[in-house]
Design a protein around this ligand. Structure first.
Ligand code: SD4
Length: 345
């Protein structure tokens, strides 16, 4: 199934009650909502369904955020798992992280040929004295834990994109800058856009998810192929605890998407949590960190996208992005929503 068709089904065929596409509302006012799960981009609609199966039965946020993003890792037509665009040497390399309500965390980076990096990250957290395993060592650990070593073959879409990219081989990764600056009313048109440009035009490579369970505990997860045609060995923010993902069960949980290098340099997710600790709403907290990145990057901010989503202990949520075009999915007892994020420039 083509990506365009898949995105259309996301919008029309999920059978989720209460589905809406929201505008620039501030959803943070909804208090004491639990359980609840939020996740990045429209792929989050499906992923949230996976998480909701766990949360709605009283399961833990940790199980929910693992199961949720596994849905996206399974979608071979998606840019998150093994179906993703390769690095510039033609290999798909994956990063993932997970964190629970007690500061337990695990991550993998530069992992190849494993379908569910998020589950390997969880095993790192639960079965090793370490937080992070990378590359060959991460793969060896995964195999020892019973994960299957998958084929190296690229998906058809990724193979086409790579062949196109090889024609110019320009090394200019652009992450998450959207093709259109149209307002949310034009979302459906946006979904008709091709999704695997070799120039980064539509380039969602990540799903990040944070959840609050009915016991009042928070957890988060993030899984990604990083950036199409990246340098071999490049690792982004997603597997770096405190940058791409951070959970403090006293305060809130935050996950990032966008240009990972710029999330890392401000310890992004951790910074958002600290602003929430000081009393900022999830949206305000995300905004403060995005604005800091904008100040640091100056005119270069025009060429990057950075986005955060945040959930606090009360179930209030919010987001902020550098540029237009970012959205996030929410699932609670109120139903399922896709929310267009406020943005800076
Ligand atoms: C990275 N933050 O590796 C990821 C990329 C991303 O949608 O979010 N893509 O830098």
């Amino acid at each position: 199934m083509s990506m365009n068709r898949r995105r259309f089904i996301n919008l029309s065929g999920l059978g989720i009650t209460g589905f809406t596409i929201s505008g620039f509302t501030n959803p943070s006012h909804v208090m004491d909502q639990k359980p609840i799960v939020i996740s990045t981009w429209d792929a989050g609609l499906n992923a949230n369904k996976g998480a909701w199966e766990v949360l709605s039965k009283g399961g833990t946020a940790l199980d929910a955020v693992e199961k949720g993003v596994m849905v996206t890792e399974d979608e071979i037509s998606c840019c998150v798992g093994l179906g993703a665009n390769p690095d510039r040497d033609g290999h798909v390399t994956l990063d993932a992280s997970i964190m629970d309500h007690e500061f337990n965390c695990g991550s993998v980076a530069f992992l190849e040929r494993i379908k569910h990096p998020i589950s390997v990250a969880r095993k790192v957290m639960e079965k090793t004295p370490h937080v992070m395993l990378v590359g060959e060592g991460a793969q060896q650990f995964a195999i020892a834990e019973g994960f299957t070593l998958e084929s190296e073959k690229l998906s058809d879409d990724a193979q086409n994109a790579y062949q196109n990219w090889l024609k110019k081989s320009t090394y200019k990764p652009i992450i998450n800058i959207e093709r259109s600056n149209k307002p949310n009313a034009q979302l459906e048109d946006k979904y008709k856009a091709p999704t695997r440009f070799d120039n980064g035009d539509w380039n969602h490579d990540t799903i990040g998810m944070v959840a609050l369970d009915m016991h009042g505990n928070l957890s988060g997860s993030c899984t990604t192929s990083g950036a199409g045609f990246k340098m071999r060995g490049r690792v982004g923010d997603s597997p770096i605890i405190g940058a791409g993902l951070f959970v403090d069960n006293e305060v809130g949980a935050v996950v990032a998407t966008g240009q990972g290098e710029d999330v890392i340099r401000v310890a992004g997710a951790s910074a958002v949590v600290e602003y929430m600790r000081q009393g900022k709403s999830p949206q305000e907290a995300c905004k403060l960190v995005v604005e800091k990145i904008r100040r640091i990057k100056k005119e270069k901010a025009a060429a990057i996208q950075v986005c955060f989503i945040a959930l606090n202990k009360k179930g209030e949520h919010g987001s902020f992005a550098l540029h237009n075009g970012f959205n996030y999915a929410v699932q609670s007892e109120q139903g399922s929503n896709l929310i267009e994020s406020p943005f800076s420039v």
